[in-house]
Design a protein around this ligand. Structure first.
Ligand SMILES: Nc1ncnc2c1ncn2[C@@H]1O[C@H](COP(=O)(O)OP(=O)(O)O)[C@@H](O)[C@H]1O
Ligand SMILES: [Mg+2]
Length: 345
């Protein structure tokens, strides 16, 4: 049996801050195969971004401390690689897109130059990225990279792509810059794409186009995707699978239809009944008191227990294990068996 594309096992991460060390990832388990789009969803501060940054190893250590666990990319533990080795994987095997396109594109360079640089770097490690012989000269490689850059811009829906290579980022709208970043993330033909809130800054119609683009790319490039979002609507629209995070734990995971269609964990249920309001944005759920706990002194046992209407004393005694509740569907709650009765009386 071949190893899964991505397998995160029992990942524990602490972050140092002025106030102390926060235990922000508390035993994350996640497996992503090619062809799957995993939504990582949860309130702000639950550890979604740090999970993505851990996979790409873009979070400096310190303040991050990897306390335990493995992040296996086709069986190779990324946590054991040096930054130089990681740098060779980024762009080539792991592509990344972040929320704010202005921080990712260099305003001083033309779009085309930035894409060409990424393509040439990726081609150093996989000559197949460029459509030219491996022993081609510098000039031929640059030309092939420029051709590829134009093709990628066209693929992400930039009109008149070849000519637009000579534009600067400020000449593009926010939606177009985000398309450029997707082109940049895909140009090295990654196996795994990590997208952290890639559409949050965009208006709704552009958001839908970008999500569609990510979906199509999964098939075209045979990759796996981790899509980080606080928006369950985005998950329903885009993802094949979803992992619901609360305070550094995955509390429920499985195929989207199962998790959204029949949520089991009280936190998933609460998340689904919450409509986005100004409060939701600040990390509070409508109809659910309290907020994400302080992770320097996290609540004992189930971290959701202090906010859970169904909590028992036993919930604070030990961290609940994820138990199967359906095909590939699991929830980390000691009351899963009773949940139907608890909710419907
Ligand atoms: N650089 C940092 N130093 C200290 N704590 C951090 C840092 N980055 C994030 N954290 C803490 O880690 C937790 C998870 O953050 P993050 O992964 O950004 O959450 P999310 O993406 O789900 O909103 C938060 O409580 C946050 O305060
Ligand atoms: Mg985040």
């Amino acid at each position: 049996m071949t190893a899964p594309l991505l397998s995160i096992r029992n990942l524990h991460l602490k972050m140092s801050s002025f106030d102390g060390r926060a235990h922000v990832l508390n035993g994350i388990n996640l497996t992503v195969n090619r062809g799957e789009i995993w939504g990582l969803v949860g309130e702000s501060g639950c550890g979604k971004s740090l999970t993505g940054l851990s996979i790409s190893r873009l979070q400096p250590t310190p303040p991050a401390h990897y306390v335990a666990g493995e992040i296996l990319l086709e069986g190779q533990d990324l946590l054991k690689l040096s930054q130089a080795q990681m740098q060779r994987l980024r762009g080539k095997r792991i592509g990344m897109i972040f929320q704010d396109p202005t921080t990712n594109l260099n305003p001083a360079f033309r779009i085309g130059e930035q894409l060409v640089d990424v393509a040439l770097a990726a081609a150093e490690h996989d000559a197949g990225v460029l459509d030219c012989p491996p022993n081609a000269g510098r000039r031929a490689r640059r030309l092939a990279a420029r051709k590829l850059a134009g093709d990628m811009l066209a693929r992400v829906g930039i009109p008149n792509a070849q000519a637009r290579l000579d534009s600067y980022p400020h000449q593009f709208s926010g939606g177009m810059r985000q398309r450029v970043l997707i082109a940049m993330a895909l140009i090295g033909r990654p196996d795994l794409l990590i997208a952290d809130e890639p559409t949050t800054a965009l208006d709704v119609s552009v958001q839908a186009q970008i999500l569609e683009l990510i979906k199509n790319s999964v098939n075209d490039f045979d990759m796996g995707v981790v899509l980080i979002t606080h928006n369950l609507g985005v998950v329903a629209q885009t993802c094949s699978h979803v992992a619901v995070m609360y305070a550094g734990n995955i509390v429920e995971s499985g195929p989207v239809a199962a998790v959204i269609g029949s949520p089991v964990h009280p936190y998933t249920r609460a998340l689904m009944s919450a409509i986005p309001t100004r409060e939701t944005k600040r990390g509070m759920l409508r109809g659910l008191a309290g907020s994400v706990p302080n992770l320097i002194v996290p609540p004992p046992g189930c971290r959701f227990a202090p906010r859970c209407q169904f909590a028992l004393p036993a919930c604070s005694a030990a961290m609940p294990a994820a138990v199967p509740v359906g095909d590939d569907h699991a929830a980390a709650c000691i009351r899963v068996a009773e949940m139907e009765t608890l909710v419907h009386g």
